[in-house]
Design a binder for this molecule. Sequence first.
Ligand SMILES: [Zn+2]
Ligand SMILES: [Zn+2]
Length: 753
Amino acid sequence: MTGPVRSRIRVEGIVQGVGFRPFVHALAARYGLTGLVGNDSGGVFIEAEGPVAAVGALVEEVRHRAPALAVVERVSVTPVPPTGAHGFEIVPSVAGAATRAVVPADVATCADCLAELFDPADRRYLYPFVNCTNCGPRFTIVTAVPYDRAVTTMAGFAMCAACEREYRDPRDRRFHAQPICCPGCGPSLALTAPDGARMAGDPVTEAAALLAGGAVLAVKGLGGYHLAVDAADEAAVARLRARKGRPDKAFAVLAADLAAVRELCVAGEDAARLLTGPRGPIVLLPRRAGAPVAPSVAPDSGELGVLLPYTPLHHLLARRLGRPYVLTSGNVSDEPIAHDDADARRRLGAMADAFLSHDRAIRAPADDSVVRLFRGTALPVRRARGYAPEPFAPPWPFPRPVLACGAELKSTFCLARGRHAVVSQHLGDLESYRTLRAFTTEIGRYRRLLGIEPEVVAHDLHPEYLSTKYALTLDGVDLVGVQHHHAHIASCLADNGEAGPVIGVAFDGTGYGADGTIWGGELLVADLAGFDRAGHLEQVRMPGGVTAIRQPWRMAAAFLHAASVPAEGLGVARRNAAAWPAVSALAAAGGPSAPVTSSAGRLFDAVAALLGVRDTVTYEGQAAMGLEQRVDPGVGDGYPVTVTGPSPVLIRSTDLVRGVAEDLRRDVPAGVVAARFHHGLAGAVAAAVRLVAGATALDTVALSGGVFGNTVLLGGVADRLRGDGFRVLTHRRVPCNDGGISLGQAVVAAARR
Ligand SMILES: [Zn+2]
Ligand SMILES: [Zn+2]
C-alpha cells in the first residue's frame, strides 16, 4: 500500500463560468480527496491529494465528464509533493499577465430555473433575473478575466445572506454562480415611457397589456434591446416596420414553448433540439398554413424565424401575453443592436412606445443568432448570442497573434493566437459610423479579454471597405491582404478542421477580385496559403454599377443582352419599360458605369426579376431568397448549361437565362422555372468541378459564400458531387456568408507567415 499522492492538474478550454469548480469540488468529495481548485488566466487549476487511483479517477472525470457547458481542450497533470493538508477548497481567482482563459457564451434559462420562476413557493417566483451555474448571462456582462462576479456588471449588487449561502454551498446549484441574485438583492425591472418617466403597476403585466393593445415595446434582453410587438397584430407589425425603417426583411417571432412554436411552424426533433438547447438561437422553419401571424411579419416567405424565451424576462412576458410576439433587434436596420441604456433611449426613443428595462448593465452588444436546418444539422446564418465568443481550435496553430478584420456586410472580426481563433459576434453592416465604432470598441474589448496583441493583421482586398481602411491605420503590424473568395474557402476549411488543398466553390454577391474586377461565382483551387482561380461564372455587365444590386431588373436586362435573347414580351421589360432601353444600351456599351462581374448573386437577381419575384430589393439577398421560396419541390429537371474548360473553366450562365426566358414565353409556372434554374445551376457547378478535378486530381470540394445559404442549391450541388465520389465540405459553425470571412482571413494569414 503506497501513501497518498498529490497532482497539480491544469484544465484549459471553456472552463470558467460553466460550473467547473463546483464540479471538481463534488468530485473531490466523492473520491475522498483533499486539495484545492481555482480559476486563473489559463483556465482552471486543481491540486488533488489522496490514493493514486482516486486522483486518477478525478482526472478521468475531468477529461471526459465535464459539465454540459464546458469544452475541455487540454488537461495536463504534474506530480507534486503531498502536503497532508485537510479539506478541499475553492481558492480565490488568480489574475495573470498572459490571459488565455476563454469567456463562455451566454446561456438560455435552464429547466431548473424555469421551474423555480413559475413556482409560487420559490423565493425567486416570477423574478426576471433567476439564473444558476448552468444558465444565465456570461459574455455580455463580463469586463475582464478571470471570470468572477467582481468583473461582471453584477459587481454592484451585494449578495444577500440567502444568496451568499447558496453561492458558498458546494452542494447548491448556485455554488459560485457569478450572476446569482434574488428579489432581495439583485436587479429590478422598470417600465418607463420613452421620456424615462416610470409607469405605474407591475412592469411585466403592464408591458404585456401594452403589447396586447398594439404598442411597440423596447425590451432589454441579454445582448441588447429588442423591439417587440404582438405577432398577430398586423397594424402593430406595420407600425414597427415603418418606425424601424425595415420595409421587407422578416422579423423573428418568440413563442412561449415548443407547443406554441408548433402552432406556427413545422418543427421536428432536430429543430426542437436547437430551439430548446442552451444557445437559444432563432431557427428558420417552414411556416404552417394559417399560422396566426400577421402577414407583415415575414412577407413573401414560406418560412418563419422562431425562437423560445431565453431569459426569465422573455418567459414572463410570453406567459403574460399568452401569444407569440415579434422580437427584433433594437436598431435601425443593419446597425449594431443597442445595448447601452442611454444609447438605447436615444436610438429607440422614437420607435418604442415604452421601455421594459432593468439595472443590470450590458457590456457587449450581441444580437440573436440565426440558424437554418439543412438535413438535420444547423447551418449558421448569423452567429452571435449563445455562440460567440466560443473559440475554434483548428488543428494547426497561429504562431503569431492575428487580427482578421472581416469584410463589410455582416461584419465580424477574428482574433487568433496559439491554438485558438475567436470569431466575434455579428456586428452589423460595416457601412456606418455606428457599426465602425462597435467594431473598434469590440476589437479592443476582445484584445483585453483574450490578452492578444496582434502582430499580423489580415484584411479584404477591397480598398473601400471600412474594415480594410481600419486595418491600414494600424501601426507596427504586418498586413496581409486576403482575397474575398479565398477567405470564404479558407473559412470553410477552418470550420471543418482541414487544410486543403481543395476545389473551392465560392458563390456570393460581391467580392473584390485579384484582377480588380468584381468576382462572385468562383471556382478556386485553394489551400490555406494560396489559391488559383480555376474557373468562374460567365461575366456580364452590371448596368449602373452598385445601382444594379438594388435593382435586380437591371441584371435581367444585362443577362438578356449577354444571352442575345430579345426582351419583347417578357414581364420584366414591360414593368420597367421607361428605363429599359437606356439600361440595355448601358449593358451593351460597357465601360466604367457597367463593370463586369462573375457574381452568382447577380445571376439569381436576374432570374428573380425575370420571374417577377422582385424588380428592386431593400436588403442583400432578398431577390435570391424569394426565388428559392418559389421552387416547386416536385420538379427535378434543370436547364442545360454549357461548361467549357479546363483553363479556365467557364459556366455559361446565359444558358440558364435563355432557358428561363423560353419557359416564361411558354407560360410555364414560376415554381417549375425556379426549380429548373436551381437544378440547372447545380448540375453546371458539378460539371465544372469535375473539369477542375480532371486537371488537378483533387477529390475534396469546399462550398462557401452567401449564395450557399440557399439550401436548394447547396443540397443540389452537394448531392451531385457526392454522387460523383467527391468529399464535400460545408459550413457548420461559422456562416457561409460574409460573417465567416474573418475566420478565413485569420487562417490564411497564419498559413502565409
Ligand atoms: Zn439555471
Ligand atoms: Zn439575494
